[in-house]
Design a protein around this ligand. Structure first.
Ligand SMILES: N[C@@H](CCC(=O)N[C@@H](CS)C(=O)NCC(=O)O)C(=O)O
Length: 214
């Protein structure tokens, strides 16, 4: 049995949850917050990041590592193409979404979402980086209708949870959704993925968690 640890507002947690639900893999959830100093958490996720999973074999952290393991362990329904090149192209998109977009935009979240303050120099640095990286992502992403083409894939599990955060955080800080400003029509894409039963469940659980937080 797999236990998914983290919380339902986390985009990376929800990415792995979406993979589990899409694949119909049985799992339970354990609420673990960030910044834990609990030895049991650090033993599973040494940077105290979420998500991580506990399995009969041990624990595993880093959402893409988990997603790749799930794909290997539970190959059907496939969330990666059958050929090695196609699989690499999907992972290329995941890297762009997470490393070059989400991780960069993340520096804005404290002000965009949590009432904190991000200094002007950081805002400028992040904006310059995002403008470059979003233009690069636009060259790669197919939106055909899915990120990698005509099939739903692991790239969409990453994109669906993270692209809205990039858009919303940049809108909050710069007054401009930098994805939309670059001509990336992300809203219909997110709506399309959001119709999937697995995505509907993730979204409902996220909404409930946000409501409970008050
Ligand atoms: N590369 C990690 C990123 C996970 C991540 O940053 N999760 C956030 C919650 S959405 C977190 O744990 N933040 C706390 C921290 O970075 O210390 C993954 O893909 O799992």
């Amino acid at each position: 049995m797999i236990t998914l640890c983290g919380f339902a507002v986390s985009n990376y947690y929800n990415k792995v949850k979406l993979v589990l639900l899409e694949k119909g893999v049985a799992f339970s959830e354990e609420r673990v917050m960030t910044n834990s100093s609990d030895e049991a958490v650090l033993g599973s996720s040494p940077l105290a990041k979420v998500p991580f999973i506990r399995t009969d074999m041990g624990s595993l952290c880093e959402s893409q590592v988990i997603a790749d393991w799930l794909e290997a362990e539970f190959p059907q329904p496939a969330l990666l193409p059958a050929d090695a090149w196609g699989r690499a192209k999907v992972r290329e998109l995941v890297t762009f979404v997470e490393l070059h977009l989400e991780l960069v935009a993340r520096e804005l979240y404290s002000q965009a979402f949590f009432g904190g303050q991000v200094d002007a120099a950081t805002q400028d640095r992040v904006k310059a980086k995002l403008l470059k990286n979003i233009a690069a992502f636009k060259r790669l992403a197919k939106f055909g209708p899915y990120l990698a083409g005509d099939s739903f894939s692991l790239a969409d599990c990453a994109g669906w949870v993270s692209l809205p955060l990039v858009a919303q955080s940049t809108k909050a800080i710069y007054g401009d959704d930098l994805l939309a400003a670059a001509g990336i029509d992300w809203k219909p894409y997110v709506a399309l993925v959001g119709q999937r039963p697995a995505a509907l469940q993730v979204a409902a659980d996220r909404k409930a968690a946000l409501a409970a937080r008050g």
